[in-house]
Design a protein around this ligand. Structure first.
Ligand code: 8OZ
Length: 367
């Protein structure tokens, strides 16, 4: 029987176990959104995860929506990330970068002069983002013109190329949590009348074109995506039929033979039962004809739930977020069923080493 602690080979990635470090925004990038040596230390400390998914990393200056999040569109950013991937690989870990475009969840003060947040819609989201001034309402977006979509897809393609140059084992496209790609998927947000809005087929078009371009650029074996069919995060109102919409998206993505799909079950970082959704049906769509693709699940998993999910075949891998913040050696702790340290929320976003690289591994923790 397969266990949570067994190795797994999916796509081109061979992972030592089935425990994934979930993407976690920590807002500690340096000037010009360059990853710092402290970030390399943080990821290196967590390299015993079977797979690390980095924090959301913007594919372009336009894709940034929070203060001090890293990018992967400049030479300096690529060089900064190379230090991160080298550190993780030296410890035997695997790491993919989460490619992020926030769409309308942004603020004018975070964008280069003259740029406005872009989305599927010109309707402003109800919500706040974190800027140099603290929490501020997000800015009004403009709807992307149809003739701009090829440029957007080219930005994703280039970011994937940059990821490989930076030494990543692959990429996870951020298709979740109310950001740009989800702003196209859901009919609660997307009010377009072109080929990228309206029907379910049209709303699936952008994400499928983005994933097709990335697969063409770096190969399917290094490409995955994160989806959150029912999350209300970032003013993402429920789709009128999430089951049908996401099954169509996953069915199309399955034909690309992606390395993995990573799903947020329920409300991101919140209740798992926020809305009815048949995740097993979604998994079946992905696995059909492509059984070697990894199905990664996330959101509120306990040790027991994770062990059961892998043992039953409901999931190939399980991602943990908050537990990885305060337990760099989470894999070892789960193996031994050791107590888990609790993270300090005050140091989640921004700052330095405190609450970031100073959580000790088990041996050094006070008894
Ligand atoms: C928390 C704070 C800022 C961004 C997400 C990238 O929800 C995020 C995020 C989370 O996917």
């Amino acid at each position: 029987m397969t266990t949570l602690f067994d190795p797994i080979h999916f796509g081109d990635i061979a992972a030592a176990n089935r425990i994934v470090m979930a993407p976690l925004t920590r807002d500690r990038a340096g000037p010009d959104q360059v990853p710092t040596p402290l970030m390399a230390t943080y990821y290196e400390q967590r390299a015993t995860a079977g797979l690390i998914v980095t924090e959301g990393t913007q594919i372009s200056a336009e894709g940034q929506g929070y203060l001090d999040t890293p990018g992967i569109y400049s030479a300096a950013q690529i060089a900064g990330w190379k230090k991160v991937t080298d550190a993780v690989h030296a410890k035997g870990g695997k790491i993919v970068v989460q490619l992020w475009h926030v769409g309308r969840i942004s603020h004018l003060s975070l964008l280069p002069p003259g740029l406005q947040p872009v989305s599927s819609t010109a309707t402003r989201a109800k919500g706040k983002t974190f800027t140099a001034q603290g929490f501020e309402d997000v800015s009004e977006p403009r709807a992307l013109r149809t003739d701009e979509i090829p440029r957007l897809i080219a930005d994703y393609r280039q970011a994937a190329r940059n990821a490989i140059e930076a030494g990543f084992d692959g990429v996870e496209v951020h298709g979740a949590n109310g950001y740009l790609l989800e702003q196209f998927m859901r009919d609660s947000i997307n009010d377009r009348t072109d080929a990228y809005g309206g029907s379910r087929e049209n709303r699936a078009r952008l994400v499928v074109e983005v994933m097709t371009a990335i697969v063409d650029e770096i190969g399917a074996g290094r490409t995955g995506i994160r989806l959150s069919p029912v999350t209300p995060a970032n003013d993402a109102g429920p789709d009128s039929d999430p089951q049908a919409t996401y099954e169509l998206i996953v069915e199309k993505l399955a034909t690309l033979k992606l390395a993995f799909i990573h799903v947020v079950e329920g409300a991101t970082g919140g209740p798992r039962d926020v809305a009815p959704f048949d995740f097993a049906a979604l998994r079946a769509r992905f696995k059909q004809g492509h059984p070697q693709g990894a199905w990664i699940v996330n959101n509120g998993y306990t040790r027991e739930m994770a062990i059961e999910a892998v043992a039953s075949g409901a999931a190939d891998m399980v991602a943990f977020g908050k537990h990885f913040i305060s337990n760099p050696d989470l894999v070892e702790r789960l193996k031994r069923d050791a107590p888990l340290a609790q993270p300090n929320r005050q140091t989640f976003y921004g700052g330095g080493a405190e609450g970031y690289t100073d959580y000790p591994p088990m041996e050094l923790a006070p008894a």
